[in-house]
Design a protein around this ligand. Structure first.
Ligand code: HEM
Length: 392
């Protein structure tokens, strides 16, 4: 009897909870299937997003450019925040809007051990500060060392040890943070480079322009971090490659830890997963002329005599725009200067020392795949590579 009463009460509580969850977005539009009362159609809605998430986000972007709307993704229901509100949100403190808690919830931090970064930021700070400040010094080593990955891991361990206090300094806590950094750094850098290689191969004429820039810069100023910053054409090319390829269908994924009122009056309740429609934004004709065209010099600013790095918000590493390759706001990627230098270095080495191209007859790059909120380059593409006879 007690068991029946207990199950009955729990069921009532659950129904009340589900109803209150539904009510929190009352009045907001929805894109895609509604999972329905008590989530009866939740699997069908998730399935729809898995296969057509990119199209749904595009639909939402076209319809509700200035209105937050709801969408069911494969893991949870999200509130999609239009560009103009991202500005209001992007610098809120962790206690209100959390990048980390969102990540840990979606990737089950407790079991995947990503929760090694809960309550600490030393892993982020050593990347933003020590790693970035030392780029000038380490770039020549990066070029010389084939065993570059190992060298960087040793740097990370040392910097983490220098920054860690109390329990954070125990070996397991340090190693977990190094693993977190490896997860954050490796596949992102690899994917960015693969997209760039595909885009270079698909733009053979521009490849020569990039090569000429690399040969000139390295010839004049050597393999240094400043030389990487002076590769203005390559910088624009990388930004354009990021724009047309998109790292994912959405970005700015955050969890609200406290209620947040938007300037239109809407109160985003605590516990809401929010995101931005970054992929759809990157093809907005109001923001980009001929958005579906790949224009390698779209973001190119000719260098000035005194300035080796053009300022502004169109650099590959700039995060001022909602569809930046490296996220937005306080939690934008702290490794972006390192990543940019590393990718430019790899591309320079390839352009200067190697010929590379798609197999004969192939002119276009392979299409990207999009599943759920994830997108990526085709991994089956072949590229033919041979060492150049001379560097001329
Ligand atoms: C091309 C390569 C890379 C890409 C595309 C990339 C992209 C990103 C993005 C999109 C975010 C989330 C930002 C947001 O939601 O606003 C992020 C966060 C992060 N990235 Fe990167 N990243 C790259 C390379 C790296 C590297 C090389 C490192 C370290 C050496 C790194 C360390 C991190 C860390 C620690 C965070 C979390 C920041 C925080 O907790 O505030 N990333 N990255």
């Amino acid at each position: 009897m007690l068991a029946v009463w207990l199950i009955g009460s729990l069921s009532v509580l659950w129904v009340i909870h589900v109803i209150s969850l539904k009510k929190r977005f009352k009045g907001l539009p929805r894109v895609g299937m509604d999972p329905g009362f008590l989530g009866r159609k939740s699997n069908a809605a998730k399935d729809e997003f898995f296969h057509h998430g990119r199209r749904l986000m595009e639909e939402g972007y076209a319809k509700y450019k200035d209105t937050p709307y709801i969408i069911q993704t494969c893991d949870n229901e999200r509130l999609v925040i239009p560009d103009k509100y991202i500005e209001e949100l992007k610098n809120l403190p962790d206690s209100q809007l959390s990048f980390k808690e969102e990540l840990l919830e979606r990737f089950m931090g407790k079991y995947t051990k990503l929760d090694a970064v809960r309550g600490t930021n030393i892993h982020r700070d050593i990347v933003r500060q020590q790693l970035t400040k030392n780029l000038d010094m380490i770039l020549p080593q990066m070029k010389e060392e084939a065993s570059l990955a190992l060298q960087r891991v040793l740097d990370f361990v040392q910097w983490l040890l220098d920054s860690a206090k109390g329990a954070e300094a125990n070996p397991e806590a340090i190693i977990m943070k190094v693993l977190f950094l490896i997860v954050a750094a490796m596949h992102t850098s690899a994917i960015t480079t693969i997209h760039a290689l595909y885009d270079i191969c698909a733009n053979a004429e521009f490849k020569e322009e990039l090569r000429a820039e690399a040969v000139e810069e390295m010839g004049k100023n050597g393999w240094s971090y400043k030389s990487m910053l002076r590769l203005h054409k390559m910088d624009s090319f990388l930004r354009e490659s990021g724009r047309v390829n998109s790292a994912g269908v959405v970005s700015f994924q955050r969890l609200t830890l406290a209620p947040i009122r938007l300037s239109n009056g809407f109160l985003v309740p605590a516990g809401t997963h929010i995101c931005a429609a970054s992929d759809a934004r990157s093809r907005d004709p109001m923001l980009y002329k001929s958005p579906t065209e790949f224009q390698p010099l779209r973001f190119y600013t000719p260098p000035t005599v005194t300035e080796y790095e053009p300022s502004g918000n169109t650099l590959f590493t700039s995060v001022a725009r909602g569809d930046s390759w490296f996220g937005a706001g306080r939690q934008a990627c702290p490794g972006r200067w390192y990543a940019s230098a590393q990718i430019k270095l790899v591309l320079c080495l390839l352009l200067i020392d190697y010929e590379f191209e798609f197999p004969e007859g192939q002119k276009e790059r392979p299409a990207n795949w999009a599943k759920d909120e994830k997108m990526g380059p085709d991994m089956e593409q072949f590229i033919l590579v041979r060492r150049r006879a001379s560097h001329a």
